[in-house]
Design a protein around this ligand. Structure first.
Ligand SMILES: Cc1ncc(COP(=O)(O)O)c(C=O)c1O
Ligand SMILES: N[C@@H](CCCC[NH3+])C(=O)O
Length: 477
């Protein structure tokens, strides 16, 4: 429960902030660590991204809009690639590592091209994401294909697209992939998604390695070993390795350590009992980012170093050759690169419990462009983006325009008390799982994605229109 919900009252008559939200020394300043690298405020207090003031973005593309700092995205992708390559460079550690950007966080053709150009690989989990990757010219061998319920048509598209690894998730799927391989007369590289039984310290809905959920083969129950046996027995399949993803928005490496230890023990067992030395091992994604000052993510170089030490320790104690390691970060690459730009429509001071007031600031978007607050109770922050203000900061709640009281974007933030209709609000950290999970609830067209680089802003995903939505309806049905 947040402090304000207990009815705390701040001296100014406004609702008190939750404990983690400090009184702002200057509400016009950007909190360090939350914004894309090329985002600043100018002297007039306007937010500027890579040389482009947000008023120009509003004028040219409208609001609500996702604004992505292209250089920030690319530099984070590069940093992961370089950090893991360096940390695992020792031949005793596989002589390098691969980074598969998890496209589920956010994918469009431009982003897939950035991934191709930066030399990363890509994790896709549907035929739709695969189509984007192939359209962007990503070579099949740099694509990994996930999903707990891939259709035969998707498996065919993956095999025909030369996808380098299909991560299988059920016994039935092993047979489906084998049948497609046979029908095409090719050998398909597969990895086994293993449920390592790790309770990741994150929201229940985004944890994926505890036993009672839909993903993967249980390690403890023996299903993961049985899956390896089945693959080895199927002509047309090549067992590349094991895969483990423990969850998302994780800050401690202890969960990764436990899962690596368990999965490498299975890796050794497969070598000993099935006589197969698997060349690869995927440790998944899940690295957390800072949405608010509550979070302190580890820099990629440090993460890579820690992961390399974990793998070194385990392969040494098991006496096995290290497989080539790969990881699948999504949020940590895409998340910080983007902010959502909204325009304020309505400002309403609302009397809440014990006579306290909370300022409700309604913007021209909401749960249709960011479902994470409603779905996971996620915390975000924001800033007034078009001007500076010397008015007193008051605790505010940024809400959307949907017909739903849970339609909250930022639950708690200090905004200047003189915020008015027409002001701009920017919410950082919306690059992952916001546009990707956007809906058209209440027939709301989804916002565009505007990429900014070196003083130039351009569309990479156009705004949907009401006409787009009407076109889906069969008018004379
Ligand atoms: C298999 C797999 N890999 C990678 C990811 C990416 O996770 P994140 O965006 O937290 O790095 C996910 C999502 O949680 C996933 O399910
Ligand atoms: N969509 C989730 C993460 C799930 C990632 C996919 N396994 C989020 O917004 O945090």
């Amino acid at each position: 429960m947040h402090a304000h919900e207990a009815g705390a009252l701040h001296a100014d008559g406004y609702s008190a902030a939750p404990e983690w939200l400090p009184w702002p020394s200057d509400v016009n300043e950007l909190e360090p660590g939350l914004w894309a690298r090329n985002v600043t405020k100018d002297e007039a207090g306007e937010l500027v991204v890579a040389g482009v003031p947000v008023s120009r973005i509003r004028d040219e593309f409208g609001t609500a809009a996702y604004v992505i700092d292209e250089d920030d995205f690319r530099s984070r992708a590069r940093e992961f690639k370089q950090a893991y390559a360096a940390a695992f460079a020792d031949p005793g550690l596989g002589g390098g590592a691969d980074v598969y950007y998890a496209g589920k966080a956010f994918l469009c053709t431009a982003v897939a091209s950035w991934i191709r150009e930066e030399g990363l690989c890509l994790d896709v989990c549907t035929g739709g994401e695969l189509a984007v990757a192939l359209r962007a010219g990503l070579p099949g061998e740099r694509i990994g294909f996930h999903g707990n319920n891939k259709t035969v048509a998707e498996i065919e598209a993956a095999v025909d697209g030369g996808v380098g690894r299909i991560i299988v998730d059920s016994h039935a799927e092993i047979d489906r992939v084998a049948a497609v391989a046979r029908s095409r007369g090719v050998e398909v590289g597969v990895m086994v998604r293993v449920t390592a039984g790790v309770e990741a310290h994150t929201h229940e809905f985004i944890a994926t390695s505890h036993e009672d959920q839909k993903f993967g083969f249980s390690l403890a129950g023996g299903a993961a070993f049985a899956a390896c046996e089945r693959i080895v027995a199927r002509p047309g399949l090549r067992l590349l390795g094991l895969h483990s993803h423990i969850g998302s928005q994780i800050f401690e490496t202890s969960g990764f350590e436990l899962s690596a230890r368990r999965v490498l023990a299975l890796h050794a067992r497969v070598r000993d009992e099935l006589g197969v030395a698997m060349p690869e091992l995927d440790l998944g994604g899940g690295y957390g980012i800072a949405y608010t000052t509550q979070h302190t993510p580890l820099p990629p170089a440090e993460l890579a170093q820690q992961m390399a030490e974990i793998v070194r320790r385990e392969v040494t104690s098991l006496g096995i050759d290290a497989p080539r390691v790969s990881i699948e970060p999504g949020r940590a690459i895409a998340g910080p690169s983007t902010f959502t730009l909204y325009e304020v429509g309505t400002v309403k001071p609302v009397q809440v419990d014990r006579g306290a007031t909370r300022l409700y600031v309604s913007v021209d978007g909401g749960m249709s462009d960011n479902i994470r607050t409603a779905l996971y109770g996620a915390d975000y922050s924001c800033t007034m983006a078009n001007r500076r203000s010397d008015a007193a900061p008051v605790i505010s709640r940024v809400v959307g325009r949907h017909c739903e009281s849970g339609d909250v974007v930022v639950r708690d933030e200090y905004l200047p008390s003189d915020v008015i209709p027409g002001d701009l609000i920017a919410v950082p950290g919306t690059g992952a799982y916001c546009r990707a999970m956007a809906s058209q609830y209440n027939h709301t067209p989804r916002p565009p994605v505007v990429a900014v680089r070196d003083g130039e802003a351009r569309l990479v995903v156009r705004r949907e229109t009401v006409e787009d939505l009407l076109a889906l309806d069969v008018a004379d049905a």
